[in-house]
Design a protein around this ligand. Structure first.
Ligand SMILES: [Fe+2]
Ligand SMILES: [Fe+2]
Length: 271
């Protein structure tokens, strides 16, 4: 590794078993191809499309993910979510109310010289009520920037305008702001003028023959009939989605962002 540059891979929301198969069979070659040093993934949809269990998180770590962020679905596996109190490699959004289990930020010691700060926040627009993400991230950054200039923020939010406003709010203060939650990848990846990598939404790692990862027949029926019916993850047209960001280890500024949307066969391997 070049000590002046760290390559960070951020993997878009991993959907259920199809997503896990992609991670199991394709993450290592992707890590090698893009010379990835550290890998973050959003895991809020890991368990059957909603929520995450400790066992699935362990599999992510086994296959090469270093840290997991999440979002509004993280607490949906009621039996399991308390593992967030003990597992320091899985984050929930920082701006949940005081007392919510788990934590919303961490600093990872990558090497004696390099520390990577990661913050997970959640939006307020078209989302369940939550504390202000702008204030929460600013408070956290005041502390984190004293320790490291390398800081990655996962902003789990629905509205494009809220994500863009956050981009201008954080530009020059963090290395990368990566949007998650919509499961639709946007083609607006950029390095902003103050050296922050940005993408409005990084997309979804899972089945694309679907409505944002779920079986399309169920989704259509729910929209037409307004009756509750359990969503199930779809299983075909698999894709790996993410961004690879190169960051200067001294300044914390991003030097490059590469958007990834890679077709995967049904065994989970790169086509
Ligand atoms: Fe998601
Ligand atoms: Fe979400």
């Amino acid at each position: 590794m070049n000590p002046l540059r760290i390559n960070i891979l951020f993997i878009a929301d991993i959907i259920g078993k199809p997503g896990l198969a992609i991670i199991k069979n394709s993450l290592q070659p992707i890590r090698e191809k893009y010379r990835i040093d550290f890998c973050i993934a959003n895991g809020e949809n890991g368990s059957a499309g909603k929520g995450l269990t400790e066992d699935i998180a362990s599999e992510y770590f086994k296959y090469g993910i270093d840290l997991v962020t999440s979002g509004n679905h993280i607490f949906e596996k009621y039996e399991y979510f308390k593992f967030l109190n003990s597992n320091h490699r899985v984050l929930r959004p920082l701006n949940y109310p005081l007392g919510t289990c788990g934590k919303g930020s961490t600093i990872v010691s990558f090497s004696p010289e390099i520390k990577i700060g990661v913050i997970n926040i959640q939006g307020q627009t078209f989302m369940p009520p939550i504390d202000c993400p702008f204030r929460a991230v600013s408070e956290e950054l005041t502390k984190m920037r004293k320790i490291t200039p390398i800081i990655i923020v996962d902003f789990h939010a629905e509205a494009t305008a809220e994500k863009m406003a956050m981009a201008w709010h954080l530009n020059g203060k963090v290395s990368a702001l990566i949007g998650t939650h919509t499961h639709i990848q946007t083609a607006d990846e950029t390095i902003m003028q103050n050296g922050m990598a940005y993408i409005t939404d990084v997309g979804m790692t899972g089945p694309y023959d679907s409505v944002i990862g779920m079986k399309k027949e169920v989704a259509i029926k729910r929209f037409i009939q307004k009756m509750p019916e359990r969503y199930q993850p779809a299983d075909s047209d698999l894709k790996f989605a993410g961004v690879a960001v190169a960051i200067n280890t001294q300044s914390g500024k991003a030097e490059n962002i590469t958007r990834l949307l890679i077709s995967i066969n049904k065994e989970g391997k790169i086509v």
